[in-house]
Design a protein around this ligand. Structure first.
Ligand SMILES: Cc1cc2nc3c(=O)[nH]c(=O)nc-3n(C[C@H](O)[C@H](O)[C@H](O)COP(=O)(O)OP(=O)(O)OC[C@H]3O[C@@H](n4cnc5c(N)ncnc54)[C@H](O)[C@@H]3O)c2cc1C
Length: 266
């Protein structure tokens, strides 16, 4: 059971950060994960008064406030225009609309959960994490950092012309994914680049980058070979949802499907 002694809604990020330095303090996002845990929390810090609940689009970036909900991410027209249905597809299977109206982007990324669709999807893009104390760092660096008492302020996706496709496999609708896969391609520094993010391995998502020139009309055999090569570069583990061997096989299939999907986009 979760026991909370004090509830505080700070007026500034500085105040929130100071409060969070105490050992028994916790930041609350949507509380969807936190409330299931067993902990004695002295002070729970609610960030909802700090204006972090907006997705801001500029000429160069999307800045997603930590308190934005997964539903906002799913419905964001700007993200759809830029990356098609990929991001919406990544969150669509998470429990249900009411749940996604509460769970936050900040809580999802800060948690760095192995099963996370959100992390898998955002890792494949040109994504940064803005931390109150730690500055702005790449999401790929943040993923492997140890949890500390910093505050995640926003997620920044740098805009660039990239194609994005998301796939996941679940044993039943709304369950955690058995495997999650995001594939992104675009021209980076003049070179065709491919980004493969595989999550729910069941370890947290990892990113692979390849400078591959893949012809638009690549045949199934070519794609199978490339997908196998990419899938083999990740580690997989076993749990109640599937074995490592099954996950490796799924990764190969999902990567191939996602590559075919982005190649057939205009
Ligand atoms: C039943 C269930 C099923 C789920 N299924 C899936 C799924 O299939 N796919 C998927 O991707 N996800 C899934 N999730 C995870 C969910 O989408 C959210 O990622 C999760 O609930 C955390 O978000 P939250 O806003 O509820 O965070 P909270 O529960 O409020 O917080 C989670 C953690 O993050 C910390 N935190 C929150 N915000 C910040 C911040 N801004 N800065 C620093 N620390 C912060 C909290 O202190 C806490 O440690 C599931 C969760 C549940 C409960």
């Amino acid at each position: 059971m979760l026991t909370i002694s004090n509830y505080v809604k700070p007026k500034t990020l500085e105040e929130a950060y100071e409060l969070n330095q105490a050992r028994n303090s916790r930041i609350m996002g949507g509380m969807m994960w936190l409330r299931l845990g067993n902990a004695r929390v002295k002070t729970i810090i609610d960030l909802s008064g700090l204006g972090l609940d907006q997705i801001e689009e500029t000429a160069h970036v999307f800045r997603i406030g930590a308190m934005c909900t997964l539903r906002q991410l799913e419905e964001c027209e700007g993200l759809k225009e830029m990356y098609g249905e990929g991001i919406a597809e990544a969150v669509r299977h998470i429990v249900g609309v009411q749940f996604r109206n509460q769970a936050t982007v900040g809580g999802s990324i800060y948690g760095r959960y192995g099963f996370s669709d959100v992390l898998t999807a955002l890792l494949a893009l040109d994504t940064f994490v803005e931390l109150y104390d730690g500055g702005t760092i790449r999401l790929s660096e943040f993923v492997n950092r140890k949890k500390d008492k910093d505050i995640l302020v926003s997620i920044i996706i740098r805009k660039s012309k990239r194609k994005f496709h998301y796939e996941s496999v679940r044993q039943t609708k709304t369950d955690f994914p058995v495997l999650a896969c995001a594939v992104v391609t675009g021209i980076v520094n003049g070179q065709e680049s491919w980004y493969f993010s595989i999550g729910a391995r069941p370890m947290k998502a990892a990113l692979l980058e390849k400078q591959w020139k893949v012809p638009k009309d690549a045949d199934d055999e070519q794609l199978e070979q490339l997908a196998r090569q990419a899938a083999e570069e990740f580690d997989y583990g076993s749990n109640m949802r599937g074995s490592a061997a099954y996950r490796r096989h799924l990764a190969e299939v999902l990567i191939r499907r996602a590559m075919r999907a982005v190649l057939s986009e205009d």
